[in-house]
Design a protein. Structure first.
Length: 393
């Protein structure tokens, strides 16, 4: 018997149309493979969407793929991630569930403990707890309990969080695997790495992403992936790579921005980059000229003329002498900065109210959806704030 493990698809996460398309096509490829492999069910371990309220076109494509799974007789079990989780408890994951396309893992939570409720699928008992913004789920994970005895069924634990073993010595809040309840398979999401490890001879696997979600991930991972787990006799872990386009990283060290355009074009003209994703990474300390002297539009025009699929640039390590430094932060880096600043403030200004900071940031970062009128948006915003503050606004 086989099941699939998909995580961190971040559908709707790219602003470049061609990359957003490649993201959804990678997801479709994963679903197609699940159907071809005749898996029993699919585990989605968070961040299916890049936000709780994705664009309508992304929703249409996603619902279509879940319909294919349902029509093939394949069940879908899901938890929210830090991106598609909402403190208001209202997301399009609930719409997917209400439509009959998936089942969301449930739990009971109070101040003392979190009781995970099982989804029973034949000989499998499936449990899960969602991810939250800025690692807020970690305190709850230390309190999770499973009431059903660990016996003859195959126990799966789905989590969207940071596992200590995956980050090693990086100073990020995390939880060790040995502090989690016993399971036969730990289906993990959140950290975008290739990670497979065993705890007491039981596999713990980060399932995604199905497609890299930013420049750095394209540089490090190049492609997306997901897993198929075969449990006939023993647990066999099969990693399925999703390679729709080749990725080329071009690194250019630069000192003279006045000649920068020619320097880059000279390198590009020696390469066959048709239908590929080109990552241009420019670094160094400029002794002549400034960043704006590099004609990136001319470079992009050349690449488009020569059939490149997509062109992405990164100049975060290019310094303009001792003057202005170009800063190009990815969204995940901004979240880390928020995390550091809030923790610093909490340490210097201790208060019970500080635990509300991250939930309030998440609630107030809500965006008005296309076609949504002001009164509906305000109602949605206040609903989230009411839940965080436990008051009526």
């Amino acid at each position: 018997m086989k099941f699939a493990h998909i995580s961190d698809s971040h559908l709707g996460g790219w602003r470049q149309p061609e990359m957003q398309l490649l993201n959804i096509e990678s997801f479709k490829k994963a679903i197609e493979c699940c159907i071809e492999e005749k898996v029993e069910f699919v585990l989605f371990t968070g961040d299916l969407f890049d936000s709780p309220f994705p664009p309508i076109e992304i929703l249409k494509d996603t619902f279509s793929e879940f319909r294919k799974l349902k029509e093939a007789g394949i069940k879908s079990y899901i938890i929210a991630g830090s991106h598609d989780y909402s403190v208001s408890g209202k997301t399009f994951l609930d719409v997917l569930e209400k439509s009959g396309f998936c089942e969301i893992c449930k739990f009971d939570e109070n101040e003392d403990k979190v009781i995970l409720k099982p989804i029973m699928h034949k000989s499998f008992y499936i449990y899960g707890y969602p991810g939250k913004k800025s690692g807020l789920e970690l305190s709850s994970l230390k309190k999770i309990e499973i009431i059903e005895p660990y016996s003859n069924y195959f126990r799966i634990l789905m989590l969207h969080t940071t596992i200590k073993e995956a980050i090693e010595n990086i100073p990020i809040d995390s939880i060790p695997l040995n502090e989690l309840p016993k399971a036969d398979y730990y289906a993990l999401g959140h950290v975008h790495v290739n990670f497979e490890k065993e705890i007491n001879d039981k596999p713990a696997v980060y399932g995604g992403p199905t497609f890299p979600n930013n420049f750095k991930e394209l540089e490090d991972l190049k492609y997306g992936a997901f897993y198929i787990i075969d449990v006939e006799g023993y647990t066999k872990i099969i990693r399925k790579e999703i390679r729709l386009k080749e990725v080329d990283l071009i690194e250019v060290e630069m000192e003279d921005a006045l000649k920068g355009t020619e320097q880059i074009l000279e390198i590009l003209k020696r390469l066959n980059l048709r239908d590929r994703i080109v990552l241009l990474k420019v670094f160094g300390e400029l002794k002549k000229g400034k960043l704006s002297d590099i004609k990136f539009q001319e470079i992009q025009d050349y690449l488009e003329k020569n059939g490149v699929y997509s062109f992405l640039k990164n100049t975060s390590k290019l310094e303009a002498g001792k003057k202005e430094i170009e800063v190009n932060l990815q969204s995940y880096e901004m979240e880390k900065i928020e995390d550091v600043l809030v923790k610093k403030y909490d340490k210097e200004n201790p208060s019970n109210l500080n635990k509300l900071i991250f939930p309030l940031i998440e609630s107030l970062s809500l965006e008005k959806q296309e076609g949504e009128n002001s009164s509906v948006f305000e109602s949605r915003l206040f609903s989230g704030l009411n839940k965080v503050l436990n008051i009526e606004l």
